[in-house]
Design a protein around this ligand. Structure first.
Ligand code: PMP
Length: 419
């Protein structure tokens, strides 16, 4: 398939070249939980700690200046990656969760009050639910949800039913980490803005896989995690529109986020420093910049097309597994991940048995318990793809699932087959 990325790209990822369980080649289909990093990113971490590391924005010495330059260059790389207008709209955080909590505290406490409404979706990750529940508890605001269609997409036609003049915020994932649905963020942002609400996008599952342009999307805040996009864990980004960040009080207090501290009070620094209290993830941010360089050297659009080809193939092949139920919409509405349940084996057992064949997947509720409640299940198994995955690995998944299906087949049916 000409759309598939070159096989040689796998050589960049040392961790993929290993066997598990007595000589089974690793088939890694769990990148939605956390992806792997190429040696270019690992090298950037080694280079930083070996030659250019010191605390940033502080020391008047060579290493600190080098580290500060590299850290600020990484900010500029993330600005360009997201097409933000200004580098000071990029805040380095600990990840998506930390970014969303920053907005919930810093923006939420200042802008949301009793009777106001926070509009979410039923397919959100817990990290885009719980901070808003906590905000609602603190303020007396109400939580509402955009309705879903039967196949697991947001029902945009019904936005009018849930948007009101009390809607202060609409927070949604651009890609669902369980259903794989790609949500129409641009349309929803326009409708939410027309109602006077601010829009936050949880881009944890989209930024690694498809082109992200915060200006074109027209969103106010966007959160992402480094570890899902070939970068290190422990670092992420909060994008915030300049006017909004400038009007927000700081959430976490400490060093670096101040302009001046007196015995009994302080004045805050300007963004982004205002939201980067303490020593930031220095090497992490620098390596995230290297991850952006790597993704751009391959081309984010090429990565997206590659994953579209993989999900088309997976969708077709997985139907061959008896008793499987695939969750979420048809491939044309989804990104490169698929969750499923089988008639008999529990999702955890499926993941365990797949692991014996070398196939790594995720099982559980994937931090989307409310969505699983709506689907009438407690857990599911999820296979997720990234730039380094190949069609053969989907064959391995399907082959192993067929064996599992046979093993758990009700005995009556087995006998029938044999006749
Ligand atoms: N949102 C979505 C959609 C996710 O998939 C994840 C990670 N599973 C998160 C938020 C949380 O990201 P992190 O744990 O890196 O903060």
């Amino acid at each position: 398939d000409p759309r598939l990325l070159p096989e040689s790209l796998r050589d960049d990822f040392p961790i993929l070249h290993q066997n598990v369980h007595e000589g089974r080649p690793l088939v890694f289909l769990d990148s939605a939980a956390s992806a792997h990093r190429p040696r270019q990113v690992i090298d950037a971490i080694v280079e930083c700690y070996s030659h250019n590391y010191a605390n940033v924005h502080r020391g008047i010495h060579t290493l600190s200046e080098r580290a500060t330059d590299a850290y600020e260059q990484a900010r500029e790389k993330l600005r360009a990656f997201l097409n933000a207008e200004h580098a000071d709209e990029i805040v380095f955080t600990g990840g998506t969760t930390a970014a969303i909590n920053t907005v919930a505290r810093a923006w939420g406490d200042a802008n949301v009050s009793r009777g106001d409404e926070i509009l979410l979706t039923p397919m959100e990750h817990h990290s885009n639910l719980v901070p808003w529940f906590q905000l609602a508890e603190r303020t007396g605001a109400t939580i509402k949800h955009v309705p879903l269609t039967d196949d697991g997409r947001l029902d945009v036609d019904r936005m009018g039913e849930v948007l009101t003049d009390r809607t202060r915020l609409c927070a949604l994932a651009s890609v669902s980490n369980t259903l794989g649905t790609i949500n129409p963020v641009k349309t929803i942002a326009r409708l939410a803005h027309e109602a006077g609400a601010v829009v936050l996008v949880d881009a944890a599952q989209s930024a690694p896989h498809m082109h992200t342009d915060v200006q074109d999307l027209g969103v106010d805040f966007l959160a992402l995690s480094g570890h899902k996009m070939c970068g290190p864990s422990g670092v992420g980004v909060l994008y915030g529109r300049r006017e909004l960040l400038a009007a927000m009080p700081p959430f976490m207090g400490g060093g670096s986020m101040i302009n001046r501290v007196y015995l009994d009070r302080f004045t805050p620094a300007d963004p982004p420093a205002r939201f980067e209290a303490g020593t930031p993830p220095i090497a992490g941010a620098i390596a995230l910049g290297a991850a952006v360089d790597y993704l751009q050297s391959i081309g984010v659009d090429a990565i997206h097309r590659h994953e579209e080809a993989l999900i088309d193939y997976a969708w077709e092949r997985l139907q061959e597994v008896p008793g499987i139920r695939l969750l979420g919409p048809a491939p044309k509405f989804r990104a490169g991940l698929v969750s499923f349940v089988m008639e008999r084996p529990h999702p955890h057992d499926i993941a365990q048995l797949l692991d014996f064949d070398g196939v790594a997947v995720r099982a559980g509720h994937h931090c989307t318990q409310p969505l699983h409640d709506l689907l009438g299940i407690t857990a599911s198994t999820r296979a997720s793809f990234y730039l380094y995955n190949r069609p053969e690995e989907i064959d391995a998944l399907v082959g192993s699932l067929q064996k599992i299906g046979d093993r758990f087949k009700p005995s009556g049916r087995k006998r029938k087959r044999k006749q």
